[in-house]
Write a protein that binds this ligand. Sequence first.
Ligand SMILES: [Zn+2]
Length: 69
Amino acid sequence: MKIVDVTKNFCSNHLEAYAKVRDAYSLWYAAYGNLTAEDFLKRLFELPETGDRAKEVVQFLSRYPERWK
Ligand SMILES: [Zn+2]
């Protein structure tokens, strides 16, 4: 996954959430293999332990998939 510059769009709280979402994707990708970003975002959003900020990040990345390559 390429890191696209999203830092301009997020405040520090959301940047932290974004970093966690990215870390989770790396872990899940390693665990499941061939996990698409779309599937990942959908599953992460549905997890009860996903916090509000992380969910906002997920919604952002779902809406702007070009930021998530
Ligand atoms: Zn924020």
